[in-house]
Design a protein around this ligand. Sequence first.
Ligand SMILES: Cc1cc2nc3c(=O)[nH]c(=O)nc-3n(C[C@H](O)[C@H](O)[C@H](O)COP(=O)(O)O)c2cc1C
Length: 403
Amino acid sequence: MSQILSGKNILCGVTGSIAAYKTCDWVRSLKRDGAEVNVVMTESAAKFVAPLTFSALTGNRTYCSMFDAQDEEKIPHINLARCHDVILIAPATAQTIARLAHGMADDLLSTIVLAGEAPIIVCPAMNSKMYLHAATQENIKKMKRYGYSVIEPECGSMACGEEGPGRLPDWERVRSELIRSLSEQELAGKTVVVTAGPTEEPIDPVRFIGNRSSGKMGYALAEAAKQRGAEVILISGPTQIAPPAGIECVKVRTAEEMYREVLGSVDVADIIVKAAAVSDFRPRECHARKVKKTEADLTVALDANRDILQKLGEIKKEKAKAPVLVGFAAESENILEYGRQKLEKKNLDFIVINDISAEDSGFAVDTNRVIILDRKGGEIQLPLLSKEETAHRIWDAVIGADL
Ligand SMILES: Cc1cc2nc3c(=O)[nH]c(=O)nc-3n(C[C@H](O)[C@H](O)[C@H](O)COP(=O)(O)O)c2cc1C
């Protein structure tokens, strides 16, 4: 499990929606991520989920009232407003949204929102007619003007039997927004191109040459760049991963398609990260019809694909203002030596070396252990980490380097 939110103090505001039970899981996930969580519930929320549930999940007392007899001397709304890095209001009812839009301070949660300085993330959840009502929409616009981040609800069938927008979004979307709100926006104003996944080189309409890349590392790098403020273009080979929200995703299949898309992005990119596992070869011939078992001569002749990284490195030599280049190398022996050779030969700024001989690192697993080399001779050895944490540490290295 990732420890990316380790040491962060998160205040979770729960309001009186039928979706309040989902927040129990979210709080648990935050705890697993290493965060310290406090929960404030509205009076209505406590009719849906017992405060005891949140106390047991967080290990902290759950706050339900502004005029609390416990710790009277601490003034709960001021105290709670001060000591959190981010406030997540989920689910947020139409009533609470109206309260926040009008700057009301008639319960503990709305008073904390006014008294605090931490970023505020609001996840509306309600019947779709309530959500689409002009009053709610106007209130949401107002909250956005105050700088609150509002995560659009999802469409689908709801507890009331209706269909439409109003469902709480997936936790992964909310979690990503939380991480964004806690990140320095060091990549703001930059366009980052990330390639991810394998390529497929067709033999006939049903067969192809591929590789074991899942795309997880590249997708994690794209997501992390977005969280740090970049405009992200993700050029992805075929993967099982859903395109991340807020990222332009260009789907390709073959190495040649990948080549064209990446080269087409050079003029807009400030940084290009080539995490895709691009096939070095393609079948010389792609049969228009499925090759029959009986007619195959059991030999597939191969041609070399164009080397995208090599080409980018050449462009870097010719252009005064070329993107920063981050390459990847999957190695199973002499990994430092081969990595350094590739960095120099391809004229890269950074190379991230994966040791694919280890079972817990590299292709198709959720963890990775990498070494980052830069062109000035710098070397950072990272421990075994989730791919998400590895992605952030790679960005730390790229952002922090003075090349
Ligand atoms: C069974 C039930 C489910 C409800 N679900 C929602 C909901 O999902 N979203 C919403 O905005 N209001 C919902 N309400 C209405 C709110 O509970 C009500 O507006 C309340 O005043 C909200 O107060 P609060 O924002 O202080 O928690 C529901 C009410 C009931 C009885």
